[in-house]
Design a protein around this ligand. Structure first.
Ligand SMILES: Cc1cc2nc3c(=O)[nH]c(=O)nc-3n(C[C@H](O)[C@H](O)[C@H](O)COP(=O)(O)OP(=O)(O)OC[C@H]3O[C@@H](n4cnc5c(N)ncnc54)[C@H](O)[C@@H]3O)c2cc1C
Ligand code: SF4
Length: 329
């Protein structure tokens, strides 16, 4: 690990004022410290934001919820309002990492954790995300965990977060404070596809501090489902995951939100599939057809063709369970 200075911010303004290209915010440290140890991040100063007054979860007057960026994964997953109104978010978080890591990990940090592509973490290999224009070792390497949708010739990494897949389905909004003041970013515009700049994971600007995540009210979220498929039953990143919210009236689909994890460089919201499902009968055949639509553009790599079939089955199962009223999967 390289030497760095340490500054403990006492206010969001102080954190933002000191932020520049050579500094880095640290919250729970569960991803950043590993990256620093592996010489992946270069920083002159760590700005500790973990003690900022951003630890509240507030129910808003419209029925939505505002979650402070320093709320831990554990506190968010166990919050009564989240468990009741947004159970898919609670389940997505509990499907990730371990209890100890969730106790330290924060909402802001979860949005900005970086890919778990093994070539990114091993400096002996070329990686465009770590060092632009050096090449991508995963493209022709062991790419079993990698993307099947939205990838580019420069990077085939996937975004590792479970929480973010649920947030994508829930139409969350990210609140940010930067050198030019406060602004809001819709979740669909927060993370980026790799294109020819895979080193940029998000549309944040230098020095931007995430201060909160807002969830709009949505009664359909109560029957939402999060389904995660992985190599081990716990302590493992998703091969494929699905966040699904379906509301059904008189056996017809009224509203549906659907997002995939483990398949792309960002949480993959399936708007075309949602449009396909809208107004159709909530039957096994409809859900099977929807799964075909969802994976129409998939471009698997040498070692991850299995993800196409796995995604289709997961989508069908998540839609079916959500349409039947939700529950633990
Ligand atoms: C062994 C292991 C297994 C895991 N398994 C899973 C899993 O299955 N699913 C899953 O979703 N996650 C998993 N995680 C990831 C874990 O959830 C993240 O490491 C965690 O959410 C990051 O939060 P943090 O507060 O520790 O972030 P930090 O490590 O402190 O920071 C991460 C990044 O976010 C930036 N940052 C932090 N807060 C802010 C802010 N408010 N504004 C701007 N920038 C900020 C930092 O500068 C840094 O770049 C796992 C982690 C480990 C170590
Ligand atoms: S997939 Fe992306 S992160 Fe992995 S080696 Fe290629 S460029 Fe690096």
């Amino acid at each position: 690990m390289k030497n760095f200075s340490y500054l403990r911010a006492t206010s969001t303004q102080e954190a933002v004022e000191h932020a520049n290209q050579d500094t880095c915010f640290i919250a729970g440290g569960t991803n950043l410290v590993d990256r620093l140890k592996a010489f992946l991040d270069d920083t002159s100063t760590l700005i500790d934001v973990s003690r900022l007054a951003l630890k509240e979860i507030n129910v808003l007057s419209d029925g939505g919820v505002k979650i402070g960026a320093m709320v831990t994964n554990t506190a968010l997953a166990n919050h009564p309002q989240i468990r009741q109104d947004y159970p898919l978010l609670s389940r997505a978080i509990l499907a990730g990492a371990s209890q100890q890591i969730r106790n330290m990990a924060t909402v802001g940090g979860n949005l900005l954790q970086r890919t778990r592509c093994p070539y990114y973490y091993d400096t002996a290999f070329a990686c465009n995300k770590r060092q632009p224009e050096s090449g991508c070792s995963a493209r022709e390497g062991i790419n079993r965990m990698h993307a099947i949708l939205g990838a580019s010739e420069h990077c085939v990494a996937v975004h590792p977060s479970d929480m973010c897949v649920a947030l994508a389905a829930l139409d969350a909004v990210v609140e940010v404070e930067g050198t030019n003041g406060k602004r809001e970013i819709p979740f669909s515009e927060f993370h980026r596809l790799p294109g020819d700049t895979p080193q940029q994971d998000t549309n944040l600007e230098t020095g931007d501090l995430i201060t909160a995540v807002r969830l709009p009210p949505n009664p359909a979220a109560k029957t939402g489902v999060y389904l995660k498929l992985r190599d081990r039953a716990s302590y493992s990143f998703a091969l494929v995951s699905v966040a699904a919210m379906v509301s059904v009236q008189n056996d017809m689909i009224q509203q549906v939100h659907l997002a995939l994890g483990g398949v792309a460089h960002k949480p993959w919201r399936l708007l075309e599939t949602e449009a396909f499902l809208q107004g159709k009968p909530a039957t096994a055949t409809t859900f099977e057809q929807a799964a075909e639509v969802a994976l129409e553009d998939a471009q698997p790599l040498a070692h991850n063709q299995f993800k196409v079939k796995m995604s289709k089955r997961a989508i069908k199962r998540a839609l079916t369970i959500s349409a039947q009223g939700g529950g633990i999967v």
